[in-house]
Ligand binder design. Structure first.
Ligand code: PXG
Length: 293
């Protein structure tokens, strides 16, 4: 018999096959909620506190009150992993506005958010992605304006990113760069983007509207420690096309080299040396920086 996968659902542990939410949950009706994607490496939940902080900040920006404290949320994540005997895992944390009626009015949910924690084995990206690098394109779909729903909010409403992902799929590639309305590079559909030029690490500045990735932050700290200058600024696609190196960062992807953008080959067309060094130190950080199970 296959082992049951237990999920945390509003304070209880339930078999994932039996766990269900109401059809009146505003997470389902409106994408009204927030989430986090977290990873555990060999019994260490990488940057768990930082992920929980971002979750509560995302919730606060949409005026969603999470009914348990960040401390209890951390314990709930740890307990879910322990129940499932997982040391290396992907963790999906979801908080919705809760059960309301068919109207938009969030007050109908009475402040009772629904909290779900799903843990599972991590699905690793194919090794070839790291060895050969990715081919990506620029999405036709532009990133949400920060004056609408700010991209720094990791909300359950991911349609903007999904449309970008469809652009990538249509082009036969795995990821797509999303530009701001003004045509600046913001990030990819589920990853942040970096370039290296003349030994400097460059990434779009958060104020243009992007998710401030935990991996992005970790990589910038590692680079600074290594004495690599880190520049956050506004830039357009042209800077990517003529970069020395390019890579993406995300919880699932870690650091993935990019070798082709919009059919243009980046530098030699091979993953770059600084990307490799940063990935090396990132992997060292993953088994050090986090909450122990
Ligand atoms: N930008 C966006 C828009 C994201 O969704 C990142 C950057 C990277 O952030 P972290 O904190 O993980 O370094 C993300 C997060 C998927 C998937 O299935 C990816 C994310 C979220 C949900 C699903 O690829 N990436």
């Amino acid at each position: 018999m296959a082992k049951k996968n237990m999920v945390y659902l509003n304070g209880k542990f339930v078999d994932s096959k039996k766990a269900s939410v109401s059809i009146f949950d505003h997470g389902l009706l409106y994408g009204d909620g927030v989430f986090e994607g977290i990873r555990a490496y060999d019994g260490i939940v990488f940057k768990l506190k930082e992920h929980i902080k971002r979750l509560y900040e995302s919730a606060a920006s949409i005026r969603l009150n999470i009914s348990i404290s960040p401390k209890d949320m951390i314990s709930a994540v740890v307990t879910t992993l322990r129940k499932n005997n997982l040391k290396d895992a992907y963790i999906r944390l979801i908080v919705t506005r809760g059960i309301g009626d068919l109207g938009l009015d969030p007050r109908k949910c009475k402040g009772k958010s629904s909290i779900i924690i799903i843990t599972d084995k991590i699905v690793l990206y194919p090794k070839a992605f790291y060895e050969n690098g990715l081919n990506i394109i620029t999405a036709k779909t532009r990133r949400n304006s920060p004056t609408a729903i700010h991209p720094k909010v990791k909300s359950l409403n991911y349609l903007n990113n999904i449309l970008g992902k469809i652009d990538a799929i249509d082009a036969g590639v795995n990821e797509a760069i999303m530009l701001t309305d003004a045509g600046y590079v913001s990030e990819c559909t589920g990853d942040n983007i970096f370039i290296i030029k003349k030994g400097k690490l460059i990434t779009p500045i958060a104020s243009i509207g992007l998710l401030e990735g935990i991996t992005r932050d970790t990589v910038m700290r590692i680079a600074s420690k290594l004495g690599i200058e880190v520049i956050e600024k506004k830039f357009k696609l042209n800077e990517i096309y003529k970069a020395d190196e390019c890579f993406l960062t995300g919880t699932a992807a870690e650091l993935i080299p990019v070798v082709k953008v919009d059919k243009k080959i980046i530098n030699t067309g091979k993953p770059g040396p600084i990307t490799a060094v940063l990935l090396h130190y990132f992997r060292k950080a993953t088994v050090r920086e986090g909450v122990k199970l």
